[in-house]
Design a protein around this ligand. Structure first.
Ligand SMILES: *[C@@H]1O[C@H](CO)[C@@H](O)[C@H](O)[C@H]1NC(C)=O
Ligand SMILES: *[C@@H]1O[C@H](CO)[C@@H](O)[C@H](O)[C@H]1NC(C)=O
Ligand SMILES: *[C@@H]1O[C@H](CO)[C@@H](O)[C@H](O)[C@H]1NC(C)=O
Ligand SMILES: *[C@@H]1O[C@H](CO)[C@@H](O)[C@H](O)[C@H]1NC(C)=O
Ligand SMILES: *[C@@H]1O[C@H](CO)[C@@H](O)[C@H](O)[C@H]1NC(C)=O
Ligand SMILES: *[C@@H]1O[C@H](CO)[C@@H](O)[C@H](O)[C@H]1NC(C)=O
Ligand SMILES: *[C@@H]1O[C@H](CO)[C@@H](O)[C@H](O)[C@H]1NC(C)=O
Ligand SMILES: *[C@@H]1O[C@H](CO)[C@@H](O)[C@H](O)[C@H]1NC(C)=O
Ligand SMILES: *[C@@H]1O[C@H](CO)[C@@H](O)[C@H](O)[C@H]1NC(C)=O
Ligand SMILES: *[C@@H]1O[C@H](CO)[C@@H](O)[C@H](O)[C@H]1NC(C)=O
Ligand SMILES: *[C@@H]1O[C@H](CO)[C@@H](O)[C@H](O)[C@H]1NC(C)=O
Length: 843
């Protein structure tokens, strides 16, 4: 039972979790409905019952797209997208909820009657005596209890004992040693059908302390590893929410795993996904109105047995879908496949001729084989012991009509009949092999024939073009000349105002987008040049679904913003669906390339760094305070700070959040990449203010000081993984600000006073409570030495996520009620912490 070494990504995960943990769901529901079904009060139509503070709701629901199938379910009451956590009648939907009824029957059971008044679901308890008057009550933990009406500790039945695909905190997964009844999760069949799907998740029925994932109740595809007292050996990265409070219980009559919810205010859920067969933790993001996946096991979807169905092939390296049909096959049921049920897999496009050895049909009609190298071979091969060559193996496969593939590994011949299951491509483990897939002759020749046709076409086109080019060069020269004159004029115009380019002009300027400078959240950037030696950077926006008029309006607003510390927008292109932006070119690239890469040539000295820090602050302060409309950047990070030839910083990409039509979900999808810079309020659903930029700026400033990524994973021989801001904050509290300095900086070149200011203000910027963060204007003044700054408290979220042991007296809280005056925010905020931090003050 080897303990897997705790991977560094675990730390970043906990961090994400906790940095995001200021999620307040603070509306109190005006509960009009009760939480109880009784003999007098049944449930029908669109009536619901709601748990105490409104966390869970029970009633009829219909999964969108299910074609009018209604189920009794429990869903999240404070989540605006219907998300069932439990379903009663999984396999027996009703079609007319107004005629159906969930009620307490005469024998005290909770039953569901359909429109014909027949019982289609029941709690089926036999131990209720006729004298008992039972009630069904929905609790705030999502448990539906059937209990005695007068004695609430007499529970006859509860939904926690019959979970569906969601494991709620407090529910048990395990089994009764006597009755062998088990509580396990079974995935939905597909996106719209809650009936039991092909994946289950259960406690090991042999009674060892581990949990298992099963395919079709028969095949184990993943095991958690044994419980070592505080975690499962293969799951060392359980979200802290679940890890800390996980319990394994071994009573005389039952054995089970349960967990209690962590302290976080995030709404999260743990489900067995119908689509991938993974156990997933999702966090509700109010701002994007969606559930965000934050954790899953098994980590790779391709580990899940037969996840792509027969003749489907799984790959971890395709961007769009992890499942695809193998060559010569097509999806058997597109509807099911799209809903996430791939159990039917793929079918042949062209049937096999089955013209094997004894058939004398023409060669061109014989079935052939398509070579698939580097695959995880399908499951259940038949081994042909007597065959000792690849050719022999191929013949053996051809001679049996039901053979669909073979593989020869140098000493053994394997053949497969009928469906190929569990095939994975781009598989580079040691057990990878080459599969020869049997296909109809026409499937194999198709590509050959097509190739010939294409070649012929290309030759014709080339000839035609050649004729054109040779006969009318004069015309071209004239056109070229006129074009280049126009370009020169436009290049000049960019000096004074925003220029509208055509796509072909930009294509020419960037030499067909040949030099890629980088990729941002909104698209790729290419280098180009305008006649007259102005270098430009051209950004191709992706995923923009804005009309041309609106785009022009927004662009012209952004184009009017000019500041020495902001990258200037020179022009744009809006043609058809294409949207491009033209910026001035920054010869020294982005800040991250100088900070984090160890090239000595790109070493930034302290003076330059400090100037960069002030410059960025001025640029952002201008956006926040001096533009006509306050612009929140939303994505401050070193990649978005560009340096000109003399290392003056300029902030890039501002106004894009606005341009992208406030498509926050897009921003959120890039969360993984930029999570080190995202302020906690980004996912709490409260309005984003300019203070979110201040937070990101603080993170960037720490990186400028330390020369390392905040979320960088240090090597194990150093000090394991650690989150730099926590380390910096505690170092500063010890009065050892120099301890956080970039080791590439010599101590003699650093101005310690500037260093101290920078550290303190950075720590102020990353306070959890946005009211405690300074404004960008104040940051500039502090860095310029115009105003003084008090020692900052350590942000609470950092403390929670720290791997560095924290003495308890570092636990400060911001006194938010006293921190409203802008001018002296910083001093107000330190109030609560000041008495405890005085020890470091005195140092
Ligand atoms: C519930 O259904 C009734 C009629 O069936 C309808 O008038 C009413 O608006 C519905 N209420 C809600 C909240 O949907
Ligand atoms: C209740 O019991 C009956 C007969 O024993 C069975 O057919 C039915 O599936 C049970 N229903 C539930 C919800 O367990
Ligand atoms: C309800 O039934 C149980 C046994 O099923 C019994 O022990 C209990 O006393 C009953 N309660 C009332 C109030 O009748
Ligand atoms: C309620 O039921 C529990 C469990 O059977 C019992 O211990 C308790 O005395 C009962 N309370 C009342 C008020 O009847
Ligand atoms: C659970 O308890 C039983 C009896 O005490 C014991 O035999 C069994 O080994 C225990 N199981 C585990 C996994 O510790
Ligand atoms: C699952 O197993 C059952 C028998 O246990 C079998 O009939 C069924 O075809 C299997 N499902 C799939 C998708 O293979
Ligand atoms: C959760 O929210 C409550 C108030 O809604 C607050 O008192 C508590 O500190 C929050 N917990 C965390 C971990 O943020
Ligand atoms: C020979 O080919 C025909 C179709 O061309 C097929 O129907 C038949 O089954 C084949 N026979 C054998 C023995 O492969
Ligand atoms: C083809 O293979 C299947 C499965 O191994 C076997 O049942 C069948 O008899 C074979 N047919 C021939 C003609 O060898
Ligand atoms: C080929 O497969 C057989 C059976 O699994 C195995 O015994 C043999 O070692 C393999 N040969 C090579 C070269 O991998
Ligand atoms: C497998 O692929 C990974 C990622 O591409 C690579 O790091 C690793 O070296 C490869 N292993 C083998 C055996 O090729």
């Amino acid at each position: 039972m080897a303990m897997a070494p705790s991977s560094s990504s675990a730390t970043s995960f906990f961090l994400l979790f906790y940095t995001l943990s200021l999620f307040l769901l603070s509306f109190t529901s005006a509960a009009t409905s009760t939480d109880t079904i009784s003999a007098q009060h049944s449930l029908t139509g669109n009536h619901t019952i709601t748990s105490g503070v409104g966390t869970f709701v029970l009633g009829f629901f219909t999964p969108p797209g299910s074609g009018g199938n209604y189920y009794i379910g429990i869903w999240y009451g404070k989540v605006s997208v219907l998300t069932p956590a439990w379903v009663a009648n999984r396999v027996t939907p009703v079609t007319d909820p107004t005629m159906s009824e969930l009620k307490i029957s005469n024998d005290g059971n909770l039953v569901l009657l359909d429109q014909f008044k027949s019982i289609i679901w029941s709690t089926n308890v036999t131990a209720i005596s006729s004298s008992n008057s039972t009630v069904a009550v929905i609790l705030d933990n999502g448990n539906l209890q059937l209990r005695d009406g007068s004695n609430s500790s007499l529970v006859f039945w509860q939904s926690f004992d019959h979970p569906t695909d969601t494991w709620l905190p407090g529910a048990k997964l395990g089994f009764n040693k006597i009755t062998k009844r088990s509580q396990h999760l079974t995935s939905w069949k597909n996106k719209v059908d809650p009936s039991p799907g092909i994946f289950t998740f259960e406690m090991d029925p042999t009674g060892s302390f581990q949990y298992l994932f099963l395919w079709n109740l028969s095949r184990i595809y993943w095991a958690s590893g044994l419980w070592n007292g505080h975690e499962f050996s293969s799951v060392t990265e359980t979200p802290s929410n679940y890890r800390d409070d996980m319990q394994v219980v071994n009573h005389t009559d039952e054995i089970y795993i349960t967990y209690t919810e962590g302290a976080s205010n995030l709404t999260s859920r743990l489900v067995l996904d119908y689509d991938s067969g993974q156990n997933q933790v999702l966090v509700w993001m109010e701002i994007s109105k969606s559930w965000m996946l934050v954790w899953s096991r098994p980590r790779s979807k391709c580990t899940v047995y037969a996840v792509c169905g027969p003749f489907g092939s799984c790959s971890d390296f395709t961007i769009t879908a992890f499942c695809n049909c193998v060559k010569g096959f097509r999806i058997k049921s597109q509807t099911d496949w799209d809903l996430g049920d791939r159990s039917q897999g793929c079918e042949r496009k062209t049937g096999l001729q089955c013209s094997g050895l004894n058939n004398d049909s023409a060669d061109s009609e014989k079935d052939g084989f398509f070579e698939m190298p580097n695959v995880r071979l399908p499951d259940n091969p038949n081994t042909l012991a007597t065959v000792a060559s690849r050719e022999g193996c191929e013949l053996a496969c051809l001679s049996n009509c039901s053979c669909s593939a073979y593989s020869y590994n140098g000493s053994g011949c394997f053949v497969w009949h009928e469906g190929l299951l569990n095939l994975q491509e781009q598989y580079n483990q040691s057990d990878a092999g080459t599969l020869y897939l049997r296909l109809a002759a026409s499937e194999l020749q198709y590509s050959e024939r097509n190739k010939k046709r294409v070649v012929r076409l290309v030759i014709i086109i080339v000839i035609v073009l050649a004729i054109l080019f040779s006969s009318v060069p004069a015309i071209l020269i004239v056109v070229k000349k006129r074009e280049s004159r126009r370009m020169i004029e436009k290049a000049k115009a960019t000096q004074s105002h925003l220029v509208s380019f055509t796509y072909s002009e930009l294509q020419q300027a960037t030499r067909k987008f040949s030099t890629k400078l980088g990729r941002g959240g909104f698209g790729s950037v290419f280098k180009g040049s305008l006649p007259g030696s102005n270098d430009i950077a051209v950004k191709k926006l992706e995923g923009l679904c804005q009309g041309e008029k609106q785009f022009r309006t927004e662009v012209s607003t952004v184009g009017r913003i000019q500041h020495v510390n902001l990258v200037r927008l020179l022009g744009f292109c809006s043609q058809g669906s294409k949207r491009l932006l033209v910026y001035e070119f920054m010869s020294n690239g982005s800040l991250d390339s100088h900070l984090f890469h160890n090239a000595p040539s790109s070493h930034l000295n302290w003076k330059t760094r400090y100037q960069i820090a002030i410059g960025i602050a001025r640029g952002i302060a201008y956006l926040h305070e001096q533009c006509r409309e306050c612009i929140i950047h939303c994505d401050i990070k070193p990649e978005n700070i560009l340096l000109d030839a003399s290392f003056k910083p300029k902030v890039a990409d501002f106004g894009l959040a606005k341009l992208m039509g406030r498509d926050f979900s897009r921003v959120l999808t890039t969360l993984r990449g930029t999570k080190g810079y995202l302020a906690p309020e980004w996912i709490t659903g409260v309005a984003i203010t300019a203070k979110a930029d201040v937070y990101s700026y603080g993170m960037v400033l720490l990186e400028i000081i330390s020369g390392r990524r905040n979320l960088e994973q240090t090597t194990a021989e150093e000090d394991g993984t650690r989150y730099f801001p926590t380390f910096a904050a505690s170092k500063m509290n010890e009065g050892d600000a120099a301890g956080v300095l970039d080791s590439k900086l010599g101590p003699e070149e650093v101005n310690m006073e500037e260093m101290d200011r920078a550290c303190k203000i950075a720590c102020w910027c990353i306070q959890d409570d946005e009211r405690c963060r300074p404004t960008m204007g104040q940051v500039v003044q502090v860095l310029e030495g115009i105003i003084d700054v008090h020692p900052p408290p350590i942000p609470r979220s950092l403390l929670l996520s720290s791997d560095v042991p924290q003495p308890i007296n570092f636990f400060f809280e911001c006194s938010s009620n006293r921190s409203t005056q802008a001018a002296n925010t910083t001093s107000n905020c330190s109030e609560t912490g000041s008495h405890t931090s005085s020890s470091s003050d005195n140092k």
